[in-house]
Design a protein. Structure first.
Length: 247
């Protein structure tokens, strides 16, 4: 960062910045909800059907795949499993050693007082991102179970960093925690299962789901529609089958 960039941060912060690295030509999502709503609208307009239901189990059959849901059973030629950390519960025959790589953040209204770029405060391990009128501060990686209770000390630590930095706060803090789906080798599971080729995996992207989502869609479309093979490193079978099951 040059002197002018550092000065801009120091005018806005209570804790002075002494040096920094500026990454040019980047972009970020300003409203994650709008992204999801836009994708769903495009899917429906292209002829897709949206069913609001909870999947309970996915079972391969002779020429189809059956999905048991809270709104009844469905059948399909192919089923893509992209259910994050809960994907393993839908696949009873394959080992899916997903762990919740839990993240925490606090979010608040900055009152129109923050116009600077997104920033990583390296000495605090804190990332600050602007989403329109809101600011979000995040840190921490916690490997745990999806259903385990959150640790409120992590939110308290983040809020303390926000105050120490002097970031503009014009509303109460909203606290969030979420379970990112992570496999032991830190690679996603992509592609068809050997024992059930009509079921296709698309999970295990850890904390890079938004980043890797478009790439995943491209490679899986080629895999499903044209039979393009995927690297064996991403094989959803690489952790084996559960005991008692065989082809």
């Amino acid at each position: 960062m040059d002197a002018a960039q550092i000065a801009a941060f120091n005018q806005a912060l209570a804790t002075p910045v002494k040096a920094g690295v500026h990454f040019a030509g980047t972009a970020h999502i300003t409203n994650p909800r709008d992204v999801l709503d836009t994708l769903l609208a495009r899917f429906v307009s292209a002829g897709g059907t949206h069913l609001a239901a909870r999947a309970v189990k996915i079972s391969p059959e002779a020429d189809t795949v059956r999905v048991n849901t809270t709104q009844g059973d469905l059948t399909a030629d192919r089923v893509v499993v992209a259910c994050g950390v809960r994907s393993g519960a839908l696949l009873p025959d394959v080992a899916v050693p997903l762990v919740a790589e839990r993240g925490y953040h606090v979010e608040w209204n900055h009152g129109g007082q923050w116009t600077l770029p997104n920033a990583v405060f390296e000495d605090r391990a804190v990332v600050v991102t602007r989403f329109g009128s809101r600011l979000r501060a995040t840190s921490f990686v916690e490997f745990t179970r999806d259903a385990s209770a959150p640790d409120p000390r992590k939110w308290e630590r983040l809020e303390a960093h926000v105050r120490a930095l002097g970031l503009p706060v014009a509303s109460p803090f909203a606290r969030w925690h979420g379970s990112r789906p992570t496999l032991p080798d830190y690679l996603p599971a992509l592609g068809s299962f050997r024992h059930a080729p009509r079921i296709v995996a698309a999970y295990g992207h850890n904390h890079l789901g938004l980043t890797l989502g478009p790439v995943t869609a491209d490679v899986l479309s080629a895999h499903i529609l044209r039979g393009v093979p995927l690297p064996t490193a991403f094989s959803p079978d690489r952790f084996g089958l559960r005991s008692g099951f065989s082809n």
